[in-house]
Structures are given as structure tokens and as C-alpha cells.
Design a protein around this ligand. Structure first.
Ligand code: GAF
Length: 386
């Protein structure tokens, strides 16, 4: 555990003491994630390959009271609610992610214990690194332990997703909650979103003299939830027209015939999903062959597909990818839902600074808000940390 994370856990516990005048029973935490490859495939029953990052959301908690009192260090706000508030729409803002988890637990037949909680996080908000899944999964982890709930970890992703879909009201897939709960240090999570089968693929860029550079593009998110929902609808409609349960059931070989039955825009969306699933499988094969740098071209092809076919990139994102590639990155792509957020660049470890500088220079020339960059190390999923 590095000093940074240690501070975060100690900070959450200390805040709990100052807020509630007693010691917490424990501190639980869950990570944000980046997605190495496999974008907008999860809700199409396809393949994804995220890994957890070392930035985490910590929850210090203890049982007590008749409902739930939650303090957020980020917003310096308290939210309090009871069982009667565990219906969609009753709690808004950041606290909806907490109430959503309690709601989803009760819907699944579990009784979360009344408790006091303090939340502290170093997952940047709204940058496509899954701060919401980190919050959901940290709270879920705390509730399962505090309440002694018999909820196997394999069920956590769907439960946290339900919190987000039904309580918060955002129609996301299951990737982010899966990453935040199931990931292991030193591995990427290869997940089949149709049946939930997963495999932990060793992924240690540092061991091969490489680094995954995460560039927060600082692009203001534009119409994210509307556009996300529109892409999802478009895929579901295409599957219906093609008579398939989901786009996962369309192979690359059958793609040309399928495109003949769809309008141009829908066809491009479908082509992204089908080719992206293939790129995930090729990425897995490359990593299993120990050829980490070999995934670079797949990442870059994934980006082109998101830019041209799925149309979910924005100028800041494309500029960061182009500048990283021009500076010698093995591959680069936007990660996450799109319309802003972060770019991943696979670079030689000794090129982290020069690539970061090249992206900053391209941004300055374009007049964009300066980006921020850090390197990501595959980290562990949700767990009790103190
Ligand atoms: C967001 C969603 F939450 C995920 O479920 C996934 O669809 C992703 O966008 C795109 O791959 O992070």
C-alpha cells in the first residue's frame, strides 16, 4: 500500500471520529477503473477488459441509528435517509449512489444494517474513471461486512449496476461495477458480459518496460447521458431488426450482410460493436502470448472505431490520442463512455514524461484546458482495508 492510499484510509477513519464521535468498525474501499479495450460492448452482451486503478473511494462505517447518515468529504455535506427513502427518486445527487446500493440490497432480499458512514475518495469525479462505481462498490463492501450479509462477490456487480440503473437512473452496462469489485492487482479483467464469465489476465506493463499513461483530457462532458442512452437504443434496435438476442450474436463474417439491412448510421454503430469484440479477443491473445506492446495497434484501431463509427469522441480526446501516437506511443485510445474523459496511451516507461509533454504542447497549440496525466497500475478490487 503506498503512502497516498494509506492517507486516504486514515483520513476516512479520522473524519468518522470527528463527525460521529466514535471509532468506525472498519474502512472499506473500492477502486476506479480504466478500460484497456472493449468499449460500449458490455450492454451488447460483449467482451470488455478493464483494470482497476490505484485511486480508490474509501468508506469508514459503523452500525448504529435507525437509518443511514452519510458524510462526504468531497462535498463537505451530510445526507440522512431511512428505509422509506429507498425508492428511486427519493435521494438525489452523490447520496443517490449510496441509497441506490441500499435499495438494490433490499430488492435482492438483503437487509442492510442502519449505519453511519464517511466517504473519502481520490478517484477524480466525472472524468470517465468510474467514480460512481467506486462509490457504489465501496458502500456495498461495507454493508455486506457490517451486516454479515451472505452475498457472494460474483453477485456484487449486478447489484451495484441495479443501484445505478434503477435508483440513480443511468442505463449503464455492467463493466464498471465488475471492475471495481472483481479486479486483481497485476491483472486485467477479461469479462464476457453475456454470461458473466471472467478471467484474470496477467498484465504488468512495468515488467516489460512499458507504462499505461492515463491522460485526463479535461474536455467538458457534452450530453453524455443522452448520447450514451441513444447509442444503447440504437444497438438494441439493430439487434431487433437483425433478429438477434444482442449484437454479441453477430459475427464479423456475418457483418457485411447485416449492414445491408441497416441504415448507414446504425450500421456504423453495429460495425463498431462487432469489430470491438474481435479486438478484445485479439488483445487477450496478445497478452497471453506475452506481447504487451502488440496490443498498441488494437488500442489505436479501437479509438478510430469510436471516433468514426460510434462517434463518441470529441476534439480534445482525438488531439490527445494523435499527440501521444506522434510522440511514439505504441497505441492510444479513449477509455470509458466517451464525449470527454480520459485517454490511455501505452508508452515505453522512459517516454512517460516526453509523451505527457507532447500532449500538453498539442493542447496549448489548440487552446484547450491543460490536460493532467498519471500512470496506472492494475490494482485490486473492493475490500476491507482497515
Ligand atoms: C460507461 C458505462 F458505465 C459502462 O457500462 C460502459 O458501457 C462504458 O461506459 C462504455 O464502454 O463507463
Amino acid at each position: 500500500m503506498n503512502a497516498h492510499k494509506e492517507d486516504r484510509y486514515v483520513g476516512a477513519a479520522r473524519l468518522f471520529v470527528s463527525r460521529f464521535d466514535r471509532e468506525p468498525t472498519g474502512v472499506w474501499s473500492a477502486p476506479g477503473r480504466v478500460n484497456l479495450i472493449g468499449e460500449h460492448t458490455d450492454y451488447n452482451g460483449g467482451y470488455v477488459m478493464p483494470f482497476a486503478i490505484s485511486r480508490r473511494t474509501a468508506v469508514a462505517a459503523a452500525k448504529g441509528g435507525t437509518g443511514w447518515t452519510v458524510w462526504s468529504a468531497a462535498t463537505d455535506e451530510e445526507a440522512a435517509f431511512g428505509v422509506g427513502d429507498l425508492a428511486p427518486g427519493r435521494v438525489q445527487g452523490w447520496a443517490a449512489y449510496v441509497a441506490g446500493v441500499l435499495f438494490a440490497l433490499r430488492e435482492a432480499g438483503f437487509e442492510p444494517p442502519a449505519a453511519e458512514l464517511v466517504i473519502d475518495s481520490d478517484v477524480p469525479l466525472g472524468t470517465g474513471l468510474s467514480s460512481s462505481a467506486a462509490l457504489e462498490c465501496a458502500v456495498l463492501s461495507a454493508m455486506v461486512d457490517l451486516g454479515g450479509l451472505d452475498l457472494p462477490r460474483e453477485r456484487w456487480p449486478a447489484l451495484a449496476q441495479r443501484a445505478e440503473n434503477e435508483y440513480v437512473g443511468v442505463p449503464t452496462g455492467i463493466m464498471d461495477q465488475s471492475a471495481s469489485t472483481l479486479c486483481r492487482a497485476g491483472h486485467a479483467l477479461f469479462l464476457d458480459c453475456r454470461d458473466g464469465a471472467s478471467e484474470h489476465i496477467p498484465f504488468d506493463p512495468g515488467g516489460s518496460g512499458l507504462a499505461v499513461l492515463v491522460i485526463d483530457t479535461k474536455a467538458p462532458h457534452r450530453h453524455v447521458s443522452n448520447e450514451y442512452a441513444a447509442r444503447r437504443r440504437s444497438c438494441e434496435e439493430a439487434a431487433r431488426v437483425l433478429g438477434l438476442p444482442s449484437l454479441r450474436d453477430l459475427s464479423g463474417a456475418d457483418l457485411p450482410a447485416a449492414l445491408d439491412k441497416l441504415d448507414g448510421t446504425t450500421g456504423r454503430r453495429v460495425r463498431h460493436v462487432v469489430t470491438e469484440n474481435e479486438r478484445v479477443l485479439n488483445t487477450v491473445a496478445m497478452l497471453q502470448a506475452g506481447r504487451i506492446a502488440g496490443i498498441g495497434p488494437l488500442m489505436t484501431a479501437s479509438h478510430a472505431s469510436m471516433r468514426d463509427d460510434y462517434e463518441i469522441t470529441v476534439p480534445e480526446v482525438d488531439t490527445a490520442v494523435e499527440a501521444a501516437l506522434a510522440a511514439g506511443a505504441h497505441g492510444a485510445r479513449m477509455t470509458g463512455g466517451g464525449f470527454g474523459g480520459c485517454v490511455l496511451a501505452l508508452v515505453d516507461a522512459d517516454a512517460v514524461d516526453s509523451t505527457t509533454a507532447a500532449v500538453a504542447k498539442a493542447y496549448a497549440e489548440a487552446g484547450f484546458t491543460p490536460p493532467e496525466a498519471f500512470t496506472a497500475t492494475p490494482s485490486a478490487g473492493a475490500r476491507r482495508v482497515a
